[in-house]
Design a protein. Structure first.
Length: 143
């Protein structure tokens, strides 16, 4: 999202475009998947005076505006990423912490079965599968 379209969106909601809002959105876009703490670290490289409370409030605002979304990829802080991205399922490595993505269609049969048997609608954007990535699995076999 460009700075001018962010400014327009904020103005349409009666809000101002601030440097902190710009920096937080840029950090989320640049990092891909990031916790508030990781966003804070990235923002502080540019603006040392921004505190973690500002980061949390800004992420909440950006989510309400539909610019970012979050999912819980582990215990603790949520992980944020750009909302306009394609919907995806998160793959989280328990060994190295790497986050990968797969197309939601891979869970299609399971989602269809859950809908048919239980009436349960899966929110694919919030699905996270935990396991061991290929690299860590290979490293484990070598040891």
């Amino acid at each position: 999202m460009s700075e001018s379209s962010l400014a327009e969106l904020l103005r349409s909601r009666g809000l101002r475009l601030t440097a902190q809002r710009q920096l937080v959105l840029k950090a989320v876009l640049d990092l891909g998947h990031a916790t508030p703490e990781q966003v804070h670290t990235a923002v502080r490289e540019v603006a040392a005076g921004v505190n973690i409370t500002t980061i949390y409030r800004t992420l909440e605002l950006l989510e309400r505006l539909g610019l970012v979304t979050h999912t819980h990829l582990s215990h603790g802080s949520p992980t944020y990423h750009a909302a306009g991205e394609h919907e995806h399922v998160h793959l989280v490595c328990r060994e190295c912490g790497a986050i990968d993505e797969i197309a939601p269609e891979m869970l299609g049969p399971l989602a269809d079965q859950l809908a048919g048997q239980r009436g349960f609608q899966v929110d694919i954007g919030h699905v996270a599968l935990f396991g061991v990535c290929g690299r860590c699995a290979q490293d484990g076999e070598r040891k």
